[in-house]
Design a protein around this ligand. Structure first.
Ligand code: GLY
Ligand code: MN
Ligand code: MN
Length: 403
């Protein structure tokens, strides 16, 4: 699948592509991994439908991670001995609007969900009481709006934060997850290349963004991994600028921080380019310091290191090359996965983690912002880049823009 997509990247015409997704059986393996050494009862709530839902909504990412179940109104219980999916009651009118949904008691409910126990949500309280006979605390997300109500259901139980348990599992990507992340990354590379064709003085930022969105959509990706950032000139210094309304001008640099979400998984790539195809000497000077800082951080990226340490390495490099550390005002990277900023804790990186490395220097007075962001898989003794096919040395970028 990967080589098929890379062939697409090589030719700029776009064909139909099948987005790879993790198989249903993998979700049961993830729940089994959560059950290992579990000393309590995990309770998670899925996304909740509004009465007049007109936008496409996506599952809450941790719920997605443990179930793969995309329908609204579901609840999950995982205890040491049980895995239970609770689903909304059948609502035929809703199904006329949204298509057929799983209901408890459907003959194919188990086969469709991969759960042996599929119950209606009305059974939740009783089944939770039973699960609590197995183990003491409840694990939930403290910021979940429903968590205070759990306290009322089981007033004598501690409610502990589920984040560390789940972050540890979500950090290490499976082979199937990696295949999907590679697809999202390759599609994002292709979309960057297409958007670059529209970098021209007089064009609007949104026109370049439009080519970006069209390209990943043509490759079967469902949404942007985050609002695409096409920040030219002064906007290159605004970290998450995404209104994309400005008319690009000759002499501008543009920060393009954009990526697709495909098969549920995000990528996250940034390039900074000259609108007229040639970096000025000053833009190139800043660019090469950011690139050097990225290379220094990537050289240290391996199991055991923390993202905070890598931020320190990138900042030190900038300090030692012109004293630019003060213009680097964010962390050097983050985990990616189901979320572009994936669930994680501050601890050391492990083999199988996928992270971004994205140093930047932003000088508003000079209207120069440069960020370079790539995606890396942490391997046993180092890392590999998943986005290195997208040019990033200044001569390569100028060559790509000349075409
Ligand atoms: N695109 C958001 C980020 O780089 O973190
Ligand atoms: Mn990022
Ligand atoms: Mn980004």
């Amino acid at each position: 699948m990967r080589s098929a997509l890379l062939a697409l990247v090589a030719y700029s015409s776009i064909c139909l592509a099948q987005v790879p997704v993790p198989p249903l059986a993998e979700y049961a393996q993830r729940r089994a991994a959560l059950q290992k050494d579990l000393d309590g009862v995990v309770v998670l709530f899925g996304w909740v439908e509004e009465s007049d839902e007109v936008y496409r909504k996506f599952q809450q990412s941790s719920f997605q991670y443990l179930t793969g179940f995309e329908e609204p109104g579901a609840i999950l219980i995982v205890s040491p001995k049980s895995q239970v999916l609770f689903v909304s009651p059948r609502n035929e009118r809703r199904e006329r609007y949204n298509g057929k949904r799983v209901a408890a008691g459907d003959a194919d409910a188990q086969q469709k969900t991969g759960f042996t126990e599929v119950l209606g949500v009305e059974k939740f309280e009783a089944r939770l009481s039973k699960a609590l006979e197995e183990a003491a605390p409840i694990y939930a997300f403290p910021n979940d709006t429903v968590t205070p109500r759990l306290k009322a259901l089981a007033p004598l139980r501690d409610i502990k934060d589920l984040t560390p348990l789940l972050a540890k599992l979500r950090m290490k990507k499976s082979a199937a997850e990696l295949e999907t992340i590679r697809y999202a990354t390759d599609a994002s590379i292709q979309a960057h290349l297409e958007s670059w064709k529209r970098l021209k003085a007089g064009n609007y930022e949104y026109q370049a963004a439009s080519s970006f969105v069209q390209t990943y959509t043509d490759l079967g990706c469902e949404k942007p991994a985050y609002a695409p950032i096409f920040g030219s000139g002064p906007n290159s210094t605004i970290l998450h600028y995404n209104s994309n309304r400005r008319r690009m001008d000759t002499g501008d640099i543009i920060v393009i921080d954009a990526a697709a979400s495909c098969g549920g998984y995000a990528s996250d790539i940034t390039r900074s380019l000259p609108i007229n195809g040639k970096f000025t000497a000053r833009q190139k000077e800043i660019y090469d310091i950011v690139l050097g800082a990225q290379k220094a951080a990537v050289a240290a990226l391996k199991p055991g290191v923390t993202l905070a340490q890598l931020t320190g390495i990138a900042k030190k490099y900038m300090e030692e090359h012109g004293g630019y550390g003060k213009y680097f005002i964010h962390g050097v990277g983050h985990h990616i996965g189901l979320d572009v900023h994936d669930l994680s804790t501050a601890g050391p990186l492990e083999e199988g983690a996928v992270v971004t490395i994205e140093p930047g220097i932003y000088i508003p007075d000079e209207k120069i912002g440069v960020r370079i962001e790539d995606v890396y898989l942490v391997t046993k003794d180092g890392n590999i880049s998943l986005s290195d096919k997208l040019p990033k040395e200044t001569p390569e970028l100028e060559k790509a823009l000349a075409r």
